[in-house]
Each structure stands twice: as structure tokens, then as C-alpha cells.
Design a protein around this ligand. Sequence first.
Ligand code: FAD
Length: 359
Amino acid sequence: MFTDLVGDRAAGWDRSGEIPQDVLRGLGAKGLLCAQAPAAHGGLAYSSRRNGELTAHVGSLCSSLRSVMTSQGMAAWTLRRLADAEQQAALVPRLTGGDLAAVAFSEAGAGSDLSALRTRITRDGDTLVVDGAKVWTTNAAYADLLVVFGRTEEGAGAVVVPARAPGVRIERITDPHGCRAAGHADIRLEKVRLPADALLRGVDRTPTLLVTTALSYGRMSVAWGCAGILRGCLNAAVRHTTGREQFGVRLSEHQLVARHLAELLIAEQNATRACEHASDLWDAGSPDMVTAAVLAKHVAATGAAQGSARALQLLASAGSRDGHVVARAHRDAKLMEIIEGSSEICELLLARHALTAAG
Ligand code: FAD
């Protein structure tokens, strides 16, 4: 279904910076943008592994669309973990029914360090008031609902904000380096008044712990998406190097070219195995899933950044036009080393795990 729907349109979406609303809402209404949502809430109840394979497939076609899936899935997962039963029953069916959602935690002064969040969620009688500014929220330009993390009087929390509520200003980022049609936007929230039940009634925790709940889903989704980027690059590289001759032989028969192909295959397999491992732990409900998701995201994102550079090297001028699948992959994959915990933050988390496990 995604293959037919995306077809050769991904390059055009990338150039225009926009995925048509009917595409997004059509997929959303089929539950495909957050396929792990439970059937009781209109979802497809996919396992993490099955959703991962779907995400990789979309990632091989269009990382902007995959990014929208990541945000929608992250919003649904956050509601599942932090909202009470009544809130879930009211909100999750909207996400499986065609409404679009974004998750906003990053701020100008709080990127890697989420303990520095400054957005405030305060009570005023029966209402909540939200004040703050979020940056680089994927899918926000398309979204109906924003899951916004901030500080509460008790600690930290998340509120669901209608994107068109008075006081909300969504400012699209018009020139992202990659995933150009993923609807990235900065969000201003000025005295946004919401009913008290907009605050997810999960337990108050520290900002970092709260956001980690959302990030674990995001990491899994980005990791599978990067496995998909590598599959797209490998296919393009094999097609090109077996179809073109230089110096009287196919490109693939030059040993230095063959080494690039081998490295691409290794990166794709490493990413896939790490994703499968993390998804299996997720599906088994194992707490080890948290670290496995960090590992999968790190292996897949660094592999995709390096692998897409190799693919571009192999296709050379043939892959150098902006909308070409490997040119897009090269730009898109680099951003995956920055989001959902940058490579450095993933390495710090993995080092901490290694020290704990050894100790
Ligand atoms: P900084 O935190 O300023 O880091 C700058 C550099 O310093 C990085 O290389 C980082 O790894 C390194 N660094 C920082 N701290 C350390 C440390 N302790 N040790 C070693 N190195 C360190 N945010 C959302 O809330 N929602 C979204 O949907 C979303 N989507 C995004 C999509 C894209 C394409 C991008 C680019 C960003 C998105 N973000 C989103 C924001 C993203 O989460 C942040 O960009 C990311 O957390 C990094 O923060 P920063 O950009 O402020 O970099």
C-alpha cells in the first residue's frame, strides 16, 4: 500500500516541503501512522516487530513520511503510558481515526539536556495555563494535537494542546537540511488556557524520565526507519553498479566498489538485527528494552549516515540530484544522528549501561 501511495512522489514532497494532507489523513484514518495502538482504541495492535518492518519499508521510500509516523506513534505511546484510562479512551481513537499529532519537548535552551525545560504548566482555578516555546517539533505543521512537556507545580507533566487553541503559534521551519516534508515547526505557547483534564494524569516525574517514555518509542521508530534508509541505499547502489560500466567492466566488479557494497550490506544487517532484538524485548515487555532501543537507534543511525554517504559515492553524479533517493537519504540520515538522543548522548547512555552491567 505504501509503495503504491508513495510511488515516485517522495522527491516532489521533498522539494515542495509538503506531504499532501489527504495522504497523511488517509493513512492516519487506517491506523497505519501509529500501528501499535490497541484495537480497543481503533488501532491495528501491531507488535513492535511488525510495526518496525512497516516503518523500515516506509523509511526506504520516504523519510519525511516515516518521520510523521514516528511522531504519531510517539504521541500514541505517550498517551498509553502517561494518560489515564478515560483520557486514553478520548484521545487515542482520534490518532487512529485521522487526526495528526506531534510531541514537543525540545526548547531553545533544552536540547540534549531535558532537565532544563522551562515551559510552564500552571493551574488557575479549573483551568491550566501553558506558557513556553518549543523548537523543531516534527509533524507540528500538520498536527491537530500537540503533546507538550513542561514543568508543573509538582514536578513535570505533559498536556494535550489543540494546535488551533488561542495562544498557540506554529511557525514552520522552511529550510530543514533533511526530512524536508516532515512538517517541522517551532511552537509558541502564550497563556494557552486548557481544561484541567488536558494534563495527562500519569504520575508526576522528572522532565527527563517523562520524556524518556516518549523517546523510547521514538528511538525504536527512528532505528527501523534508518534500517529502511539503508535498504533503499543498498538497492539503489546494487542497481547502479551492476548496470553501468567504466573501464570496460561493470562498476560492481571493481574491488573498491565491491567493498562499499559489502559495507552497505553489513550496515543494513547490523541495523536490522539490532532493531529486531530491541523489538523482541519490547514485545516481551522486558525492561531491557530501554537500553536495547538506545543501542538500535545508535547502530542504525550511524550506519545510515555512513551508508548513505557510501551509496552517494557509488552513484556519483547519477545520485547527485536533490530529489534522488540516495541524495535524500544522505541528507535525511545525517539528521537521525541528532534526534531522539544524539549519537553522543546515546554513547553516554550505553557507556553508563556498560559500567553498571560490569559493576
Ligand atoms: P545540543 O544539545 O545543543 O547538542 C549540540 C552537540 O553537543 C551535539 O552534537 C550533542 O551530541 C553534543 N552534546 C550535548 N550534550 C553533550 C554531552 N553531555 N556530552 C557529549 N556531547 C554532548 N524535538 C522535539 O521535542 N520533538 C520533535 O519532534 C523533534 N524533532 C526533531 C527533528 C529534527 C530533524 C531535528 C534536527 C530536531 C528535532 N527535535 C525535536 C529536537 C532534537 O530533539 C534536538 O535537536 C536534540 O535533542 C539535540 O539538541 P540540540 O539540537 O539542542 O543540540
